[in-house]
Ligand binder design. Structure first.
Ligand code: SAH
Length: 218
């Protein structure tokens, strides 16, 4: 292993400790974060900052989410190996790769073509099997629905009803699909979990406040 790689590995382990100290208790999620080389999702000038707990620019006015946010959202989604998960807002591809590390089948949609192309290429290079799509994620992905989980990584003013309709309905032996989505205006959004409980019914749970780039419907 190169010296540089070893250095990144040490910093990544420190980041995982920091996330644990900040209250992330899901060790499976922490282990996944510990396995993903976040620096590779950033331009070389930002590599030195890749393992600080901060959001960073990825071009076109967009950001890679803060590691705490990725960990918090992933823990709320609580993906189980083999599940089908839809991500809205591929961005750098980092969150998608963390989900891959958890053994789920990831579908992800990005509206900015250059980001979509870069993430698609990088995920392929790194061996992450993610199904990517360029388009408006607020419409979901009807052709491959329903999903066990949907994770939205951009700020929604309201919950897109189309996405709710693409969650798996509950059955006798399994609860329905769930969506983790930051909901609110430009100055802070409430991380919300909606779990499908019936044909048109959802259980809603609101958690902490975050700050995301906006979910833009085209
Ligand atoms: N999950 C990303 C963080 C992305 S930031 C990561 O791990 O890096 C949010 C992303 O959502 C941006 O790339 C933005 O272009 C995208 N986005 C915003 N509105 C969208 C929409 N309607 N459909 C798909 N992507 C959207």
């Amino acid at each position: 292993m190169r010296r540089e790689d070893r250095q990144f590995q040490r910093r990544r382990a420190e980041l995982v400790d920091e996330l644990r100290r900040k209250g992330i208790g899901d060790e499976t999620v922490l282990a996944a974060i510990g396995r993903v080389s976040r620096h590779l999702f950033l331009e070389p000038a930002l590599h030195a900052r890749a393992y600080r707990d901060e959001a960073l620019p990825i071009g076109l006015g967009q950001t890679i989410s803060q590691p705490f946010t990725v960990a918090f959202q992933t823990a709320l989604l609580a993906p189980v190996s083999g599940e089908r998960i839809l991500e809205i807002g591929t961005g750098s591809g980092y969150q998608a790769s963390v989900l891959c590390e958890l053994g789920v089948r990831v579908f992800t949609i990005e509206r900015h073509l250059p980001l979509y192309e870069r993430a698609r290429y990088l995920l392929g290079e790194l061996g992450y099997r993610v199904v990517t799509r360029h388009g408006d994620g607020t419409q979901g992905w009807a052709a491959v629905a329903p999903f066990d989980g949907i994770i939205v990584t951009a700020a929604a003013k309201t919950v897109p009803q189309i996405l709710l309709g693409q969650l798996r309905r509950p059955s006798d032996d399994r609860p329905g699909g769930r969506m983790v989505i930051p909901v609110g205006g430009s100055f802070g959004q409430t991380m919300t979990v909606l779990t499908c409980t019936g044909a048109e019914s959802y259980h809603v749970r609101e958690t902490e406040t975050f700050s995301f780039v906006p979910l833009v419907s085209t």
